[in-house]
Design a protein. Structure first.
Ligand code: B12
Ligand code: SF4
Length: 547
């Protein structure tokens, strides 16, 4: 059994989702899809940084293992690992229950190792974690690379925790100590995101049978301030000490893509909008992509706001298959303004037309349940959705997407509920942003996210709508999207019928489970929830008989 200095663990969202009756409803197709098994991209740069500085490190994607090796005995797996430090990722809030469960297991199985948490959510709740969860020895706040290196150096000197940059920990006297943050990164050129050999299992990078796709980041941070986002400029400033995003230079991005080519990856994504770096930045990036000609079969780019013709023309001139992602979130200009992205439907539609003129497909994401949103506003979202579907249909009919629509599911727009991220503007001042928080601290997140049905995973209400109304509007919006998909030929009649049955079944589950919460007999409650899960599983199976 090799011994590591650090094992970085990416947890499942719920431990143990394989044994719990879960109803992810609008949030995912099944329990596996809501385990969020992608490691935060920053875990790779942490692993590389420590490795380059002489420490033995590996990332263990435990969430992915549990999804893809259903029989895995997690306790046994953890018992067979050996490390001085178990550094568990609590980046995405969805992992709150799973990360703490893993921390508790690591402490139980390896009482002499240190258990550290890190990531955006851990950063927001650092004090509470050390106060309430004795299985966690420390939290590394903000960026992880340099502070973890400092921590390992400290451990070499004194073999136990002490003051170290970005660390919150319990002193020997039981006092909670929060050490100051190191200066934040001003650029990302010292980091490496492509050392796949430091990640296990290897097939958690991309499944063997899928196309080899990897994404790189343009920057760390954001210049926007969307009310519900825990990666907003506000969060990075208040929690990570970062006043502006740190960019990766165009030269490094192009050399990253060449590295990826060596690893047989040619489907490349760039996270975050390169326009955030200014005109000179994106022009240089696009010019280098044209000049250096890294192999790219498809490039996907994020547009955080609409774009003008100059930009779209430059994107098209890169000369590869391009896909753009633009998230209007709502069809109401008013709601989008309250969210913090003040652009109009008109500007969005103009960008879509431009993209189609240059034969670039665009995917759009919508959500339901934003502050300021009324039933009428959701109607506007449906109208915009239908208009975008009609535009896409037209572009496809005219062959404007070339081969691309055979491989990209341009199956209409994408819909998802929202949650309020810890550390977001709305989390810090809910009233001013039109929200009421239902979970305010980590303990409440863990309790809410551990409930069996997805409507309880929504952590807020708005001034306009209570949680039950938001959930019903989400259900109705899903029904609308099913109609649209059937209309545009993405669902057959039987598939659409099946999808409508799923929504109806989900409504029944929500009602039944809500009613069960009044039961005082916990065993009976659990037995009845399990029975409901089994009935639904049966429904999934019978589907096969009519398709
Ligand atoms: C690109 C992106 C994605 C990409 C890639 C995600 C990925 N693999 O990292 C995609 C589109 C796949 C994605 C998906 C999701 N995302 Co996202 N995503 C982003 C975005 C826009 C940028 C992320 C980024 O590049 N960060 C910079 C990189 C370098 O650093 P990093 O990953 O943050 O890691 C550093 C630190 O956080 C820390 N750290 C991280 N983990 C750990 C662990 C330890 C032990 C330590 C010590 C430190 C540490 O150190 C790292 C290096 O310095 C952010 C918004 C933003 N502005 O940050 C949202 C964001 C991170 N995503 C978020 C969410 C919620 C999700 C989803 C759960 C959404 C959903 N419901 O499906 C999924 C989860 C997917 C999964 N895990 O399977 C939230 C998280 C908020 C929260 N507190 O929970 C954010 C902040 C904003 C948002 N609402 O979208 N996302
Ligand atoms: S949701 Fe808004 S604030 Fe968050 S990363 Fe995207 S654009 Fe930036």
């Amino acid at each position: 059994m090799p011994s590591f200095d650090v094992i970085l663990l990416h947890p499942p969202a719920i431990y143990d989702f394989r044994k719990e009756p879960l109803f992810p409803g609008a949030l995912g197709r099944n329990a596996e899809t809501v385990q969020f098994t992608k490691v935060p991209i920053g875990m790779l740069s942490i692993a590389d940084y420590l490795d380059r500085h002489g420490y033995k490190v590996v990332i263990d994607n435990l969430g992915d293992r549990m999804v893809n090796e259903p029989g895995i005995d997690v306790e046994n797996h953890l018992k067979n690992l050996s490390a001085k430090v178990f550094a568990i990722g609590l980046h995405f809030q969805q992992h709150s229950p799973g990360a703490l469960a893993m921390a508790s297991l690591c402490k139980k199985l390896h009482p002499h190792s240190l258990v550290i948490l890190g990531g955006l959510t851990a950063t927001c709740f650092h004090h509470e974690i050390i106060e309430k969860y004795p299985c966690v020895d420390g939290v590394i706040r903000a960026e992880g690379e340099k502070p973890l290196l400092e921590l390992l150096r400290l451990l070499e000197k004194r073999d136990r925790l002490g003051d170290s940059p970005n660390l919150t920990y319990r002193s020997l006297e039981g006092e909670i100590r929060s050490c100051p943050l190191m200066p934040a990164s001003t650029d990302l050129d010292d980091y490496v995101y492509t050392r796949f050999e430091l990640l296990t299992p290897q097939n958690s990078i991309y499944a063997e049978d899928s196309c080899h796709r990897w994404s790189l980041e343009v920057c760390r941070g954001c210049t926007y301030n969307c009310a519900i986002c825990g990666g907003s400029a506000h969060t990075y400033r208040t929690r990570l000490g970062m006043d502006r995003p740190a960019f990766r230079s165009p030269q490094r991005i192009v050399s990253d893509i060449k590295d990826l080519n060596e690893r047989n990856v040619r489907f490349i994504g760039l996270y975050q909008d390169p326009r955030m770096g200014g005109k000179r930045y994106w022009q240089e990036l696009f010019a280098l992509l044209k000049k250096e000609k890294p192999e790219i079969e498809r490039l996907s780019l994020d547009l955080l706001i609409p774009a003008d013709e100059n930009f779209i023309r430059e994107v098209a001139s890169i000369g590869r298959e391009i896909i753009l992602h633009l998230c209007p979130d709502t069809g109401s200009d008013k709601v989008r303004r309250i969210l913090g992205r003040p652009y109009s439907n008109e500007a969005l539609l103009h960008t879509m037309r431009l993209c189609h003129d240059y034969r670039i497909p665009v995917t759009n994401f919508f959500s339901v349940g934003l502050a300021g949103e009324t039933v009428e506003d959701v109607g506007k979202t449906w109208e915009l959705w239908a208009e975008l579907d009609a535009m896409n249909e037209d572009a496809r009919r005219h062959g404007h997407y070339g081969d691309i629509d055979a491989t990209v599911p341009i199956g209409g727009q994408i819909l998802g509920p929202i949650v309020i991220d810890p550390g977001s503007p709305a989390f810090d001042d809910p009233q001013a942003h039109g929200y009421t928080l239902l979970y305010k601290n980590l303990e409440e997140y863990v309790a809410g996210l551990s409930r069996p049905v997805w409507n309880h995973w929504l952590n807020y209400e708005t001034t306009e709508l209570d949680r039950a109304s938001i959930v019903e509007l989400i259900n109705q919006s899903i029904e609308f999207t099913i109609d649209q998909r059937e209309r545009h030929g993405f669902y057959s009649e039987a598939e659409a019928h099946y999808e409508r049955c799923r929504v109806e079944a989900d409504r029944v589950v929500q009602k039944e489970v809500d009613a069960l919460f009044d039961l005082t007999d916990e065993r009976e409650k659990r037995a009845r929830i399990i029975a409901m899960r089994k009935n639904l599983d049966q429904l999934e199976k019978t589907r096969m008989t009519f398709l």
